[in-house]
Design a protein around this ligand. Structure first.
Ligand code: 5GP
Length: 190
């Protein structure tokens, strides 16, 4: 999505550790009109997928998931993060390694919010090594639902997570796909 690439180039900041900061329009301040444009693009890409729910992880995935779900007229669900894994109740859970914080956490979704037979579109702001998506895929499987695909705002292709998921047969669509980024600039995959 050309407009997203342009926004990344004009507003994104590269931090040490291959972290791209997009707090000015997606991760802290939200450009809602632009979010809705991203949602419309996602709805166009997955128009034929029969999506019944959009699933993400709190907190940074919620904005894009809501934009996508609004355009597709389906509910958005987010997994909550917990430090411990001793949780009770009717929940699905999976352990995820955080790329940005270098820690493990448990993601939790109440069983009521993903039902057997659902076609779940995963959504996230970033895709790096694919750990967050793997946790969500695990939860969708526990629910007896189906992964319709994954919609990512910004994929860092050089970290390989997206290609591993594609090799497994998951349809991963990224609105911007970065092949490399350093002090000299950001290169998008064509
Ligand atoms: P993965 O699980 O694919 O390794 O990493 C994806 C998760 O880590 C996303 O949910 C996102 O919140 C966070 N993340 C990974 N890379 C970046 C980055 O460059 N910038 C920001 N803001 N978050 C990132």
């Amino acid at each position: 999505m050309k407009a997203l690439e342009e926004k990344i180039l004009s507003e994104g900041k590269i931090l040490p550790g291959n972290i791209l900061k997009v707090g000015s329009f997606l991760n802290q301040q939200i450009d809602v009109e632009f979010l809705m444009q991203m949602g419309e693009e996602a709805a166009r890409l997955f128009a034929d997928a029969g999506v019944t729910r959009v699933l993400t992880v709190e907190a940074s995935g919620i904005a894009i998931a809501v934009g996508v779900a609004a355009a597709m007229h389906v509910p958005a669900v987010f997994a909550k993060k917990h430090q411990t894994s001793n949780l009770s109740g009717d929940v699905y859970r999976s352990v995820v390694h955080s790329y940005t914080h270098n820690t493990d956490y448990t993601i939790v979704v109440p069983c009521d919010y993903i039902r057997p037979g659902d076609k779940v579109l995963l959504a996230d702001d970033f895709l790096a090594n694919g750990q967050a998506l793997n946790g969500l895929i695990d939860i969708v499987g526990q629910a007896g639902a189906e992964v319709a695909g994954a919609l990512i705002a910004i994929e860092k292709g050089f970290q390989g997570g997206g290609d591993k998921l594609r090799e497994k047969g998951i349809r991963v669509e990224s609105l911007a796909l970065i092949d490399s980024m350093d002090d000299t600039g950001i290169v998008f995959r064509r």
